[in-house]
Design a binder for this molecule. Structure first.
Ligand SMILES: [Zn+2]
Length: 275
């Protein structure tokens, strides 16, 4: 999965520090495309490549420090070009993709929070934690992470696969965001009912995954169909929802997503109907 970069490690502890010449500088344009090298050896610009503007430290990957440009860059530097996060996912692999997704999540949060939502004053950066502070009314804004669920619904030796109506074209599982006032398990039951009309039981947690591209923390659950297994698909959201036998499950083209790992675990017989 995208976060499985062992023996490398992403250290996201907040540190107040200034960029130096050999630190990486991740920069986005206003559409959220990231500046990366057209020559794969020079992946990201360095601190010395961009000498003006404001930067903030975001994380370290092993012994390399990464900073985020707080100014959107609109013209690519020589030897670099802008790539959408989806393009970057297909172009790179391993820890670089995780760094790009995580930087995107932070860029989106910083760029969505320029002014105080209570009093419209310009926000300032805390120097002690990852937070923005309003100098006028004291409002503090912490990074926003959206909780969501990924659901593997099992039915004997079959798994419920879906395809979204728009966007990602490969096989997926039922998924959705948690609403205010519900538990993750309640999100699982509600999303499966909304998307496919099925009741579920034996909801069991599997793993989680930070998914910066969609500003999410994904939580994966397996569960079993409860009673009638007739699918009533929500055609506004999905274009495909079917029970698929283990051996017929077609996996996604790469191993980045929790969804793919959950499909793979079921395909390999490592997860099964709990009855
Ligand atoms: Zn304020």
């Amino acid at each position: 999965m995208i976060q499985d970069i062992y023996p490398s490690r992403l250290n996201n502890a907040y540190v107040h520090c200034e960029i130096e010449a050999e630190d990486y500088l991740l920069a986005f344009n206003k559409e959220g495309k990231i500046l990366v090298g057209t020559d794969p050896v020079r992946l990201f610009p360095l601190g010395k490549d961009i000498t003006s503007g404001r930067q903030v430290y975001i994380f370290s990957l092993d012994d390399k420090r990464f900073f985020l440009s707080l100014d959107n860059i609109e013209k690519p530097l020589e030897g670099y070009d802008f790539y959408s996060i989806r393009d970057a996912r297909d172009r790179f692999s391993g820890k670089e993709v995780f760094a790009i997704f995580t930087a995107y999540h932070l860029w989106k949060w910083y760029s969505d929070n320029i002014y105080c939502g209570k009093c419209a004053q310009k926000l300032e950066h805390s120097t002690t934690e990852r937070a923005l502070k309003c100098p006028k009314c004291g409002n503090i804004i912490y990074p926003r992470i959206n909780p969501a669920v990924i659901v593997g619904v099992t039915n004997g030796d079959r798994l419920l696969l879906t395809k979204y109506r728009t966007g990602y074209g490969h096989n997926a599982l039922v998924a959705g965001f948690t609403e205010i006032g519900e538990t993750l398990e309640e999100t699982v039951a509600r999303e499966v009912m909304e998307e496919t009309g099925l009741k579920v039981k034996n909801i069991r947690y599997y793993k989680s995954q930070p998914w910066g591209m969609a500003l999410d923390i994904l939580t994966g659950f397996y569960c079993d169909v409860d009673g009638d297994d007739t699918i009533h698909m929500d055609e506004g959201e999905l274009k495909y929802a079917e029970w698929v036998k283990r051996e017929d499950i077609e996996l996604q083209p790469n191993n980045l997503s929790l969804t793919n790992e959950m499909m793979k675990m079921f395909k390999q017989g490592k997860q099964s109907f709990s009855e």
